[in-house]
Write a protein that binds this ligand. Structure first.
Ligand code: ADP
Ligand code: MG
Length: 538
């Protein structure tokens, strides 16, 4: 790697340093140990960077297996103990929260910056000086990125699709990017609220995973999908047109006694009475529901008692009401928003104006004989979207979901901040080049530090080339020369194995992903540099 070229002159540096500040051996050791541990984490994900990056198979203690290419997922699953190394895991997580993509990039960048910090430390430069130069560098780097950015209009669907495709290209499911990229764009654009045009809440996009078929069968559904069957006993409907849908949070079953109590029935007339009461109680409820015109019931899951009993299902079937039970509590908000209805917490509040309306609710048989429930043609449908992800095995579905999440985040970034930037290592090498020029204008230690860190940014194109099986040294050198000649958008074309104008290859990514990767990585490195002791407390 380019970062490895300058070998630290450890012996010389140590002797000159002991003259400047004495008795700091332990501090240096701690700092060094932290940096080495953090770098080990960065090295673990380095091979996953880029479109030709490798995937990781993660096997957990419980026997769960995951195949992924997503930096944040790899690090989240890794059991990291060393506190400084944990900071890199958190770094990836914050990038995931801030931008959603670039989670490998940010960690690889931090690793490279840490390696250079170690060189600078062993040259006897004080950590504070290094940290301050890093701060200046980050401000300048963001400026460079801004100067490269290309403004974007949301109506420019093509560019949005291109950037979603760039993010998907480096995933296990890359062969499906022509389907998933437009899907991600449509999903995000459909939930943009005209009143807050730059805010997107990804919770409004629900991803339902269903085993079977291939990723090709993944579809966008303007409506609701439940991965379950309709609950019905003989004769209950499984398809309702012109549906009036109620979302209820109470159960249609007889009340139970408290856990510690029991009722002893000693007389058969009493027994009869109980059964009659139960029947009347349930019948009363079903009548009230029917009276409001409701013909589809979505019942929230309860841990206290059964949502429905055989008896209530029987009455509901007679009333021609379709029943979906065990709807999760945390889905209620999404459902009511989509259906534009109100959840009903008590039978006494069951009124017609609380219902939602849809053209069709039906149980659909898919592929391998399993069933899902679809609600389509919703009247006054809320700003939500459902994506039904299909796949031939669970590993594939899970990875498709994670990749789709990245693509959704990329489009969200572009809605938030409407700038694009070229990919393929172009922004990093341009930053490196321009910061290198700037370093020459600076003086003293600062200049030295900035020069080192500017070179550290080359790790991204270097790794992209390396992972694609190209010769990293010649590629990075040529790339640097092309940028020095002013070709700002020259990048690594991994398909052709050479350097071309990367914009023509349609490899674009959101500016936000790059700026947040650089600033977060630098912030993390500065934090690690400032730690000079680890104190364990009980
Ligand atoms: P991350 O988890 O950081 O997003 P990725 O594995 O998605 O990591 O790799 C992202 C990097 O790959 C970015 O620097 C991006 O510019 C680059 N990249 C993506 N697609 C291409 C491509 N087709 N050609 C060249 N570089 C690409
Ligand atoms: Mg990516």
């Amino acid at each position: 790697m380019a970062a490895a070229v300058t070998a630290p002159h450890t012996t010389n540096a140590r002797s000159s340093k002991t003259e400047s500040y004495v008795d700091n051996k332990r501090r240096d050791d701690i700092r060094q140990a932290n940096i080495l541990a953090a770098r080990a984490v960065a090295d673990a994900v380095r091979t996953s960077l880029g479109p030709k990056g490798m995937d990781k198979m993660i096997s957990s203690a419980t026997g769960e297996v995951i195949i992924t290419n997503d930096g944040a997922t790899i690090l989240n699953k890794m059991e990291v103990l060393q506190p400084a190394a944990k900071m890199l895991v958190d770094l990836s997580r914050s990038q995931d929260a801030a931008a959603g993509d670039g989670t490998t990039t940010v960690v690889v960048l931090a690793g490279s910056l840490l390696r250079r910090s170690l060189t600078l430390l062993s040259a006897g430069i004080h950590p504070t000086v290094i940290s301050d130069s890093l701060y200046k560098l980050s401000v300048r780097a963001v400026d460079v990125l801004h100067s490269m950015a290309i403004p974007l209009e949301l109506s420019d669907r093509d560019s949005l699709v291109k950037s979603a495709a760039t993010s998907l290209n480096s995933k296990v499911v890359s062969q499906y990017s022509s389907l998933l990229a437009p899907l991600a764009v449509d999903a995000v654009l459909s939930v943009v609220d005209p009143e807050h045009p730059d805010l997107v809440d990804l919770r409004d996009i629900k991803i339902v995973k269903k085993l079977g078929g291939t990723v090709d069968d993944t579809e966008l559904i303007r409506g609701l999908v439940f991965d379950k069957k309709v609950s019905h006993t003989a004769g209950g409907p499984t398809r309702v047109e012109n549906a009036k849908i109620a979302v209820i949070q109470f159960q249609i079953s007889p009340p139970k006694t408290d856990i510690e109590q029991s009722i002893i029935v000693s007389d058969y007339t009493q027994m009869d009475r109980i059964l009659r009461e139960e029947r009347n109680y349930i019948l009363g409820m079903v009548k009230k529901i029917k009276a409001s015109g409701c013909n589809v019931l979505l019942i929230q899951k309860s841990i206290l008692r059964d949502a429905v009993t055989d008896l209530s299902l029987h009455y509901l079937a007679k009333a021609k009401i379709l029943v979906v039970k065990d709807v999760e509590r945390d889905e209620i908000e999404f459902i009511t928003k989509t259906l534009n209805c109100l959840p009903i917490a008590n039978i006494e509040h069951f009124r017609e104006e609380k219902l939602g309306h849809a053209d069709l609710v039906e149980e659909v048989l898919i592929g391998d004989g399993s069933k899902i429930i679809k609600i389509t043609g919703i009247k006054d449908v809320g700003r939500t979207t459902t994506v039904l992800v299909r796949g031939s095995n669970q590993l594939m579905i899970d990875e498709a979901e994670r990749s789709l999440h990245d693509a959704l985040c990329v489009v969200r970034c572009l809605v938030n901040k409407r700038y694009l930037i070229a990919g393929g290592g172009a922004p990093e090498i341009d930053m490196s080049w321009q910061l290198g020029v700037w370093a020459k204008e600076l003086k003293g230690m600062e200049s030295f530090c900035v020069k080192e860190f500017a070179e550290a940014l080359e790790v991204i194109p270097y790794t992209l080339a390396e992972n694609a099986g190209l010769n990293p040294i010649s590629i990075v050198t040529e790339l640097r020369n092309r940028h020095a000649e002013g070709e700002t958008n020259a990048g690594i074309n991994v398909r052709k194995g050479q350097i071309t104008n990367i914009l023509e290859e349609n490899v674009v990514q959101p500016l936000l992903v790059s700026t947040s990767a650089v600033t977060l990585a630098i912030e993390c490195v500065r934090m690690i540099l400032k730690i000079d002791d680890i104190v364990t407390v009980r």
